[in-house]
Design a protein. Structure first.
Length: 596
């Protein structure tokens, strides 16, 4: 992550505090330790004023509590406090790493072997001791169950030489998986098929958090053996037994969950010392007005506010509210233009009431939509003047971004001409109806699409746009299946390299392929070369070429990059710029905060 890399990669940051990256959500209420039904409600409003309790309110659910499949910032915002990785980010840095469950590590001269010394005297929430066998099991489980919709593809690429699992790539064998990660006593040893300078950075992604192998197997997860590995290849872990009953080494453990939210408590046996905040309640509150009222009344400490406009107009300067502005943003958010809509989307023929499944396969249709979006109004009204236009799906702060290329911009005349050319000139006369989906409760995205709808429908009275808000998990499921014509696609880095964005958005085997269905051999060739060369000047030139090609083909509507702002309860201490890290799903770790 975040995500992540910086998977999450999940994440995520959208325009305010929206979640990005993937998956489903279960809402069964379960007691983490015993497996019995929990009776404690997940959203007691009366806990908000307590100094030992942190109350968080978000608009929607989260996909999973299993780090092995998490790839969204909403899930990461909880998991990063329950589980820990071998290495993590130092303070607010996105590039400087420090040990977490590892105390030190060494790489061989050829970059093919890494040895990690593990932290002693660490316990899981179950009471089991953390050992090298848990780390070995974690990485082998991730390699076995790896799918394109989890953050394990890039660790598989490093350790096995392919982002695919054994079902999709016959070169993936148990011998390779077993040999890639082994324990030498209590030292964890990774063996890579080829050097990967970003390997250690990839280990900081939350999807590589260490799970409790004994607990996992006891609740019904893979037994970790060669005998059963093949039947677990590509297995969907979203609602896994471990997602229902997590056991990490982090400072907080899950107590219960139900349809209204989650309850966590500080882990008494945490190796890093007892955190000041003893209880955390994460509530699902769809109504924005209710969340804002709770924040102002002190019944919630952190809420999904709805973006900069809400913060500046309704919260800034109010008693009991602290606003942090000009926070770093390394996320990219785009709107997909699916070139091969799967069955299930309201798609049919090219006429005024529908669209064909290959509607966005026509480059002129894509160019028209890209030119019709009102970027500057979005910056002015949604981002309150604090936003920057992009020319490719890559943060401006990353190596490879070419500032010489003009960014996407609104051009209604160009949009009109492109619409007239589309489908050999037929589209202008037939018209269309397209559905645009947004995350229910995301006021920034809803506002953006309402402006977009107005622009497109004003070009031709036969052009129609239907806006439909859905739960995030529903959008993710439909997007993963390719059923949505258009959806928001947000990405926060899993690791700090431009390839994490470029491959994700543009490669024919990238994470967003099912949502966009881009298949551009010319682009694939450039992406493959850019991610393999070590000469930085050559890489920069290749990424500049990729940006020009992607912009010409209008593969995405790139939303302006926002400057981040947050509003929190003034009683909350530690939610500061120094503790803020854009690679965290929740911005600031719970253990860094206190309340007065």
């Amino acid at each position: 992550m975040k995500i992540r890399a910086l998977a999450l990669m999940t994440l995520t940051v959208l325009l305010a505090s929206c979640s990005t990256k993937t998956e489903k959500q279960t809402t069964t209420t379960t007691d983490t330790q015993s497996g019995s039904a929990a009776t404690t409600p997940a959203a007691p409003a009366s806990t908000g004023g307590k100094a030992d309790t942190l109350v968080i309110q978000e608009a929607s659910d989260i996909p999973t509590m299993d780090p092995g499949t998490s790839y969204d910032s909403a899930s990461s915002s909880l998991l990063e406090n329950v589980y820990e990785t071998l290495v993590t980010y130092k303070g607010s840095s996105i590039s400087e790493l420090q040990g977490q469950l590892a105390t030190e590590w060494q790489a061989s001269d050829d970059g093919l072997t890494y040895r990690f010394t593990l932290r002693p005297d660490v316990k899981f929430h179950s009471g089991n001791p953390f050992t090298c066998a848990d780390a070995e099991y974690t990485f082998q489980r991730n390699l076995v169950t790896n799918t394109g919709d989890s953050g394990n593809w890039f660790i598989s690429e490093s350790l096995l030489g392919t982002p695919a699992n054994a079902n999709d790539d016959s070169s993936v064998t148990w011998a390779k998986i077993d040999g890639a990660v082994q324990c030498d006593g209590e030292t964890l040893v990774f063996t890579l098929p080829k050097a990967d300078p970003a390997f250690v950075s990839k280990l900081a992604y939350l999807g590589q958090a260490i799970v409790d192998s004994k607990h996992a197997q006891a609740v019904g997860e893979w037994d970790g053996t060669e005998k059963t590995w093949k039947e677990n290849v590509g297995k969907d872990l979203t609602g896994s037994p471990l997602a229902q009953k997590p056991s990490g080494t982090g400072p907080y453990q899950m107590v219960s969950k139900d349809a209204t939210g989650y309850i966590f408590k500080a882990f008494d046996g945490y190796w890093g010392g007892a955190p000041a905040i003893k209880n955390v309640v994460r509530q699902i509150v769809p109504e924005q007005a209710s969340r804002l009222q709770a924040l102002q009344a002190g019944d919630a400490d952190i809420v999904e506010t709805g973006g900069r406009e809400i913060i500046e107009n309704q919260l800034s300067g109010q008693p009991g509210i602290t606003v942090l502005d000009n926070l770093p943003n390394v996320a990219v958010t785009a709107i997909t233009l699916n070139q091969k809509i799967a069955e299930g989307n309201p798609a049919g023929q090219l006429n005024e009431q529908s669209i064909p499944s290959d509607f966005f396969a026509d480059a002129d249709v894509r160019r028209a939509f890209v030119n019709a979006f009102d970027y500057q109004t979005f910056i002015d009204q949604v981002q309150m003047g604090k936003g920057e236009l992009l020319n490719v799906a890559l943060p401006k702060s990353f190596m490879g971004y070419d500032p010489a290329l003009e960014p996407q911009a609104t051009n209604v005349e160009a949009a009109t001409e492109a619409f007239k050319k589309a489908f050999g000139g037929k589209l202008w006369d037939t018209g269309f109806t397209v559905e645009m989906n947004y995350r229910e409760g995301s006021i920034p995205m809803q506002t953006a699409l309402e402006m977009f709808k107005t622009n497109i429908e004003s070009i031709n009275p036969k052009f129609h746009v239907n806006l439909v808000g859905k739960q995030w998990s529903e959008i993710l499921d439909a997007g993963r299946s390719g059923k949505l014509a258009m959806m928001e696609a947000g990405w926060s880095p899993d690791y700090a390299d431009p390839d994490n964005f470029i491959t994700t958005f543009y490669a024919s085997n990238g994470f967003y392929k099912p949502r966009s269905n881009i298949n551009d051999p010319e682009l694939d060739k450039m992406i493959s070369e850019a991610r393999s060369v070590t000469d930085e000047a050559k890489r920069k030139e290749l990424y500049a070429q990729i940006a020009r090609r992607a912009q010409d083909q209008a593969y995405y509507i790139l939303l302006p990059s926002a400057v981040q702002v947050r509003a929190v309860n003034s009683k909350l201490q530690g939610f500061t710029a120094e503790n803020f890290n854009p690679l965290y799903g929740g911005d600031v770790l719970w253990k860094s905060m206190t309340k007065n």
